[in-house]
Design a protein around this ligand. Structure first.
Ligand SMILES: *[C@@H]1O[C@H](CO)[C@@H](O)[C@H](O)[C@H]1NC(C)=O
Ligand SMILES: *[C@@H]1O[C@H](CO)[C@@H](O)[C@H](O)[C@H]1NC(C)=O
Ligand SMILES: *[C@@H]1O[C@H](CO)[C@@H](O)[C@H](O)[C@H]1NC(C)=O
Ligand SMILES: *[C@@H]1O[C@H](CO)[C@@H](O)[C@H](O)[C@H]1NC(C)=O
Ligand SMILES: *[C@@H]1O[C@H](CO)[C@@H](O)[C@H](O)[C@H]1NC(C)=O
Ligand SMILES: *[C@@H]1O[C@H](CO)[C@@H](O)[C@H](O)[C@H]1NC(C)=O
Ligand SMILES: *[C@@H]1O[C@H](CO)[C@@H](O)[C@H](O)[C@H]1NC(C)=O
Length: 736
């Protein structure tokens, strides 16, 4: 075993290190090549290849941004990108597939290929991803006997059909056809108890999907025998995954699919993961024998339109290597870039041998003690990774040298003990080197139009309120519920109760007068009863009024198990002062799908003229369910390249709603204040910043949605904008 390894090292390591560079897509593009694996790595044409990867989700940016992002990824030191495939943007209506615009997966694959990047295609098609319904189309709810992600015929048929369609669609981009796709994924983080379902996923891979001729992975959960189980975590060495994998799957390589940058919920202050912590975890991974590493995310991008999962902000994973708006996040970007280039340069030496871990003595104050958290991972004759898993700085003895190691850090040395890289030291990198320049300063020449609280749009009626998705199919986040009521009393504190769901807002109106709102913006799903006290003292008892509730979905939860169906809107009863509203065949509930402004698409050039705008826009201030529209020019941009120097909407002065630029939906904006907690909200994060400021004030506008002049901005604010005059645009510029 040992001598044969040495032979491998001599043949591959020494030889290739001296005479060839590490393999990249550029070396194989255009001609069929093979992809397989051994216990150490994925192999390309039989050669072990170090895959240095990061997640970039195509619909979280735009076709006009993709070439820029790919170029940045390549320069920063990636040789592979990974993306999920998002079922619910490709099949919004059953049987109708869409690959246009942000859903143009083949163009995304081509852009990766053009930049010289391999692709790991994570099809799922359940993807979680803090994405609306974890990628599942809402219409799956209507299929009889559906049970998601289980050995259920309805699910298996739907999953297999979509997966096969994607595999056929990407066929030209597979390795066997000279394309960039070298690795695919079935399912995602499956931790349910249905072994028959896991085996069925495995049989898909060995049968129908075997024509792809590439390895398939299953990540962070149960994996079928025919797939490679991979790690999603903050640190796959410290958390024991590497040891488990060696024991359970000694013949499969170690792949880290998601080194988590985490995500941002509304109402929380922005959370960050330190550069030192990410750097430590990536270096430990390669030291410990990892052969594929992916940042999740490398570029988070934005949840444009209606794509965010429950309670998730429009910017996605902003604190990763490339900010949501496309600017480098320093010092993370450069610190990890240096590591990646180092790993790439030494890839053949690393991959020519197995990782060995040797404990090192540490200075305990009096003497050198045997380390249980201090190790060296040596890859002779080239590299030595010294790691200190302990919390604090201490001296570590390596080759008779006392090496000072910061807590949770890795230092990489060459064989002469020259320091090549230190995970804890970013002192030479300029951090936070961007500035926001105002380029369009308000007030804009707004005009305003109030969404009618009663309209002639068609309605659906039922004796009791109907669940929202049944009516909307999630094609809009808005549903009006209407019912005529006779008040038994009219008082200042009238209690209204509604059986609803988490991540849902409800606005209450009586005869068109706005009375108040309830919202829950948890990043989760589940039923709850909304209870709100409304002031009805200006109304009269024993009179008939039109009672209305505007229900707003704040995203479908992405954590989907077998029967954890997500619902929205009113999912049970409504009571006013304890009196049930409904259950009366002579007085029905009416439901209007979406807004009149959406119906006419007044946020587009063609639709804008279909309503009569009021140029006295201050009349729209602080009025719920109100639209605003204006035009703006990019007269004062600081730098021409607006991919590298992005333009953002400064939403200060607005409340909550959607903003549209030239007909494109930027996603939900919300100026909700971000709370800081005693401990960071989740997992890999160490700190929160900007306490008590809006969770998200700036909203990225993709370059291909903008024109030099005469851009149309449209706002729909459901709660009412307090100061639309403050709205403006900024350009984010890297200081040089
Ligand atoms: C995807 O992009 C390519 C390249 O721009 C284009 O030729 C193709 O028509 C696009 N596909 C769709 C469905 O729009
Ligand atoms: C419904 O699904 C279950 C498995 O989840 C299966 O046992 C049952 O036969 C199915 N029923 C129909 C009518 O398809
Ligand atoms: C998977 O491998 C395990 C362990 O070798 C074996 O017990 C099991 O039957 C296999 N499952 C399938 C579906 O082949
Ligand atoms: C080793 O270095 C540490 C700090 O880096 C220091 O505290 C300690 O005294 C040194 N030990 C010896 C024996 O030099
Ligand atoms: C950190 O790196 C800088 C060079 O970038 C170097 O001057 C400095 O000595 C290093 N600090 C430590 C503690 O090693
Ligand atoms: C509603 O009425 C307006 C004018 O009264 C008309 O222009 C519009 O087409 C009607 N909409 C529908 C959906 O019937
Ligand atoms: C409420 O009553 C009015 C007057 O009878 C009627 O026109 C309207 O359609 C009713 N609305 C609902 C939601 O039942």
């Amino acid at each position: 075993m040992h001598s044969s390894l040495l032979l491998v090292y001599l043949c591959l390591g020494f030889f290739t290190n001296v005479f060839t560079s590490p393999i990249t897509y550029e070396d194989v593009r255009g001609t069929p090549y093979t992809v397989s694996y051994d216990h150490r790595a994925i192999t390309i044409n039989g050669v072990r290849t170090m895959l240095i990867s990061g997640a970039i989700h195509y619909p979280r940016s735009t076709p006009g941004m993709w070439p820029y992002i790919m170029k940045m990824a390549k320069n920063q030191g990636l040789n592979t990108v990974q993306t999920y495939v998002f079922w619910n943007i490709h099949e919004q209506k059953p049987g109708v597939l869409d690959f246009t615009g942000r859903a143009n997966l083949s163009q995304f694959l081509q852009d990766a290929a053009d930049a010289g990047l391999f692709v790991n295609l994570r099809i799922g098609p359940y993807v979680c991803a803090e994405w609306n319904y974890g990628g599942l189309p809402a219409w799956l709810n209507q299929i009889p006997n559906m049970s998601f992600r289980s050995s259920n015929e309805a699910w298996k048929t739907a999953m297999k059909t979509f997966t096969m369609q994607i595999v056929e669609y990407v066929n030209p981009y597979l390795a066997k056809n000279g394309g960039p796709i070298i690795l695919a994924q079935i399912e995602n983080e499956y931790n349910g108890g249905d072994q028959a379902y896991v085996d069925w996923c495995g049989s898909l891979v060995t049968n129908e999907l075997s024509t792809t001729d590439i390895p398939w992975i299953m990540c962070n959960g149960h994996a079928a025998n025919s797939t490679i189980e991979t790690c999603n975590s903050c640190n796959c060495l410290d958390d024991g995954w590497i040891d488990r994998h060696r024991r359970d799957s000694p013949d499969k390589p170690m792949l880290f699919t998601e080194n988590e940058g985490w995500f941002q919920p509304w109402g929380e202050a922005v959370a960050i993961r330190t550069t030192a912590d990410v750097a430590y975890s990536v270096a430990e991974w390669f030291a410990g024998g990892g052969a594929y590493h992916a940042y999740y995310m490398w570029h988070g991008g934005n949840n444009y339109g209606r794509t965010a999962g429950s309670g998730i902000t429009t910017m996605y994973a902003d604190d990763v290597l490339l900010h949501a708006d496309g600017t480098p996040n320093e010092p993370k970007y450069t610190q990890l870039s240096r590591l990646q280039h180092l790993i790439a340069n030494y890839a053949q030496v690393l991959l020519s041998q197995d990782s060995t871990r040797t404990p090192l003595p540490y200075w305990d104050g009096q003497k050198w003690s045997t380390g249980t958290q201090q190790f060296v991972y040596s890859y002779p004759p080239a590299l030595h990774f010294i790691s200190n898993q302990f919390d604090n700085t201490l001296g570590v003895l390596f080759r008779n040298k006392n090496i000072s190691m910061t807590g949770h850090s890795v230092r990489i040395f060459d064989d002469n003990l020259n320091l090549l890289w230190d995970s804890a030291n970013v002192s030479g990198i300029q951090s936070d080197n961007t500035e926001f320049f105002p380029i369009v300063i308000g007030p804009l020449q707004w005009q305003t139009w109030s969404e009618p609280v009663v309209s002639n749009l068609s309605v659906f009626t039922s004796i009791n309120p109907t669940e929202q998705l049944t009516i909307t199919n999630d094609e809009t986040i808005y549903l009006w519920y209407r019912h005529n009521v006779t008040l038994t009393q009219a008082q200042a504190h009238t209690i209204v109760q509604v059986e609803t769901r988490k991540a849902n807002a409800l606005l209450f109106f009586l005869d068109g007068e706005y009375l108040g709102e309830f919202d829950n913006h948890d990043h989760s799903q589940g039923a709850l009863t909304a209870t709100i006290s409304l002031d009805l003292s200006t109304f009269k008892p024993n009179q008939r009024y039109l009672f209305e509730i505007l229900s707003i979905s704040l995203g479908l939860d992405n954590g989907i198990q077998a029967n954890s169906f997500e619902h929205k809107g009113i999912v049970g009863n409504v009571w006013i002062d304890g009196q049930l509203v409904g259950n009366d065949e002579t007085n029905l509930w009416e439901h209007q799908k979406g807004l009149v402004g959406e119906y006419f698409q007044i946020y587009t050039e063609q639709g804008s003229s279909k309503v009569s705008w009021n140029t006295q826009w201050t009349k729209g201030i602080n009025k719920p369910v109100t639209w605003f529209q204006a035009r703006f020019n990019l007269d004062h941009i600081v730098r021409e390249d607006i991919n590298a120097n992005p333009i953002l909407l400064d939403a200060q002065g607005l409340n909550r709603g959607h903003a549209f630029i030239n007909g494109n939906d930027l996603g939900l904006y919300w100026l909700i204040e971000g709370i800081c907690r005693d401990t960071p909200p989740c997992c890999c994060q160490q700190a929160q910043i900007n306490c008590l400021e809006p969770t998200q004030r700036y909203y990225h506008i993709p370059s291909d949605w903008l024109m030099p002049e005469n851009n149309l901005i449209t706002i729909f604010d459901d709660l009412g904008a307090s100061s639309p005059g403050s709205v403006g645009f900024v350009q984010r510029v890297i200081l040089t």
